[in-house]
Design a binder for this molecule. Structure first.
Ligand code: BGC
Length: 495
């Protein structure tokens, strides 16, 4: 197991003074005052421009080839497939035309061997799961061949609504032969091989799904954001800002069919990915604990921002800090446990439980003690009341930084698109959010909102309305499959 870092000035020592000064230094390292937030917004806007102008940027700004959002009146039955969260999910979604839908769904486990083996095995397993789903549940659609939206929540270079090559894996997936391949084609081949009558007609990122689902539910939306296993966002851009997209010559038939709007999948998890190699104070601040989490992850120096925000990593950041305190004899009298010493041994769900714990530190039945003693296996006699308070502080600081960082892309997108002016004095900016972090981390949304107001000012900050876009990857993918059929009829030409 790789050692975890303590800060360079760290020394071992005991007593409240040493602990106080260690906590003060942790607090300072993780703090994000308004000035730092504003600097990050500026950098984010610059990197948005860069990603919109050229292919291959760290923050990829990927056109999703979706040119409109639903208003809630849509109807029809579509299949949806969701890969990229904790499980693989197959769904059939019936859109009822009044902002609501019925869904039948089943989850299938994806083993680590499939996540990291040949991609043909993974696709074969997905096709098999679709087969099992259709056998178990049947379909209520009257179509001979079912249209399916494929939510594939990884960075993909999309070239059409149902075409896109994987740029790189994130979130613990790493099939080595997949990058550079068209994931729709891979899946369609696996489905065809099994003679399953399903056409993958839309490739959807979960953020695009969240945006479409929220829009369907609330009659329009501007941003879809995921704060879950990973983090990312999509928004509705004006097509002329997407400089890297090319249309036919001005005045030609192709140009006449140019859409006005285009959903952009930002891949903001890759925001400021070169922060480690630039002078400090010019972008993201990478603490020693962040560097530890990053260098021991499957893909070091990729999606560093995501590693400070998302559910896959938050527990690990907190664990790295706790282990550094243990090593300095400032926590649990220097004792640890196998779980505490194991990479990803401290699940982000424990931060949620600890954040929600309002009992006295001495309460033997508190959620914090349950997490430390019951789940993490720290011996009861090694957990003092002060330790309980220290762990609570560490979890809170990690969660607070995540919430404040999470607000940066929202503020930057609003600034970049001048959306506040666009919606006018009475208008709202609707943001659909989904994912375990935003759903279960206590106070996450309120903290994000407070940071937004700091960055945008009260007048604009108050325009932003968050709504839970539950199940964007299911209903959003179905809406995208519907949008694909519509766009094929309209014949937008984008090359
Ligand atoms: C992926 C994104 C995805 C996000 C949320 C990130 O790791 O790169 O494509 O939208 O996780 O699931």
């Amino acid at each position: 197991m790789a050692p975890t870092p303590s800060s360079s000035s760290a020394s071992t020592g005991s007593g409240p003074n040493a602990l106080d000064s260690a906590l003060t230094s942790i607090r300072t390292s993780l703090a994000l005052p308004t000035t730092s937030l504003n600097l990050l917004v500026q950098r984010f806007v610059t990197l948005m421009d860069q990603g919109l102008a050229e292919k291959g940027a760290d923050m990829a700004m990927i056109p999703a080839f979706v040119t409109g959002v639903p208003d809630g009146t849509e109807t029809g039955t579509y299949l949806a497939l969701d890969l990229g969260g904790t499980n693989l999910r197959v769904c059939e979604v019936k859109l009822k035309g009044d902002g609501t839908f019925d869904i039948t769904q089943e989850k299938y486990k994806v083993s680590d061997a499939l996540k990291q083996g040949p991609v043909s095995d993974l696709m074969e397993y997905i096709a098999q799961s679709v087969d099992v789903f259709l056998t178990d549940y049947g379909s209520s659609s009257d179509q001979d061949v079912l249209n399916m939206g494929f939510t594939f929540s990884f960075p993909v270079e999309q070239t059409a609504i149902a075409k896109g090559t994987l740029i790189k894996w994130t979130k613990g997936f790493n099939c080595p032969d997949a990058p550079g391949k068209d994931v729709v084609q891979l899946l369609q081949t696996a489905l065809d091989r099994k003679h399953i009558k399903v056409k993958v007609n839309a490739l959807v990122n979960d953020t695009v799904g969240a945006l479409l689902a929220h829009s369907y539910h609330s009659g329009g939306a501007f941003i879809g954001a995921i704060y879950g296993t990973g983090t990312n966002g999509a928004y509705v851009a004006n097509v002329e800002e997407v400089k890297k997209l090319h249309f036919g010559e001005k005045g030609s038939g192709a140009d006449a069919n140019r859409p006005k709007k285009m959903l952009i999948n930002t891949e903001w998890g890759g925001f400021d990915d070169d922060a480690q190699s630039r002078p400090s104070g010019t972008g993201l601040t990478i603490t020693p604990w962040d560097n530890y989490v990053d260098r021991t992850s499957i893909r070091p120096r990729h999606h560093a921002f995501e590693k400070m925000i998302s559910g896959m990593y938050l527990g690990e950041v907190a664990r790295a800090i706790m282990v550094s305190l243990i090593d300095r004899l400032l926590l649990f009298s220097g004792w640890s446990s196998p779980a505490m010493d194991t990479q990803y041994g401290f699940d982000t769900a424990l931060i949620s439980a600890i954040q929600g714990d309002k009992t006295e530190a001495s309460d033997a039945k508190s959620a914090t003690r349950k997490a430390l003693v019951g789940t993490m296996g720290i011996k009861e006699e090694h957990v003092s009341d002060l330790d309980v308070e220290t762990v609570r502080t560490v979890c809170d600081l990690v969660a607070l930084r995540a919430a404040r960082l999470s607000a940066v892309p929202i503020a930057a997108t609003i600034q970049h698109t001048k959306q506040a002016q666009e919606v006018g004095s009475e208008g709202k900016i609707k943001v659909g959010v989904d994912g375990s972090v935003v759903e279960y981390l206590p106070g996450f949304q309120d903290r994000m909102k407070a940071a937004l107001v700091e960055m945008l000012g009260e007048k604009i900050g108050e325009k932003v309305v968050f709504g839970l876009a539950k199940d964007g990857s299911g209903v959003g993918a179905a809406l995208c499959a519907l949008q694909a059929v519509k766009q094929e009829r309209e014949g937008h030409v984008i090359v």
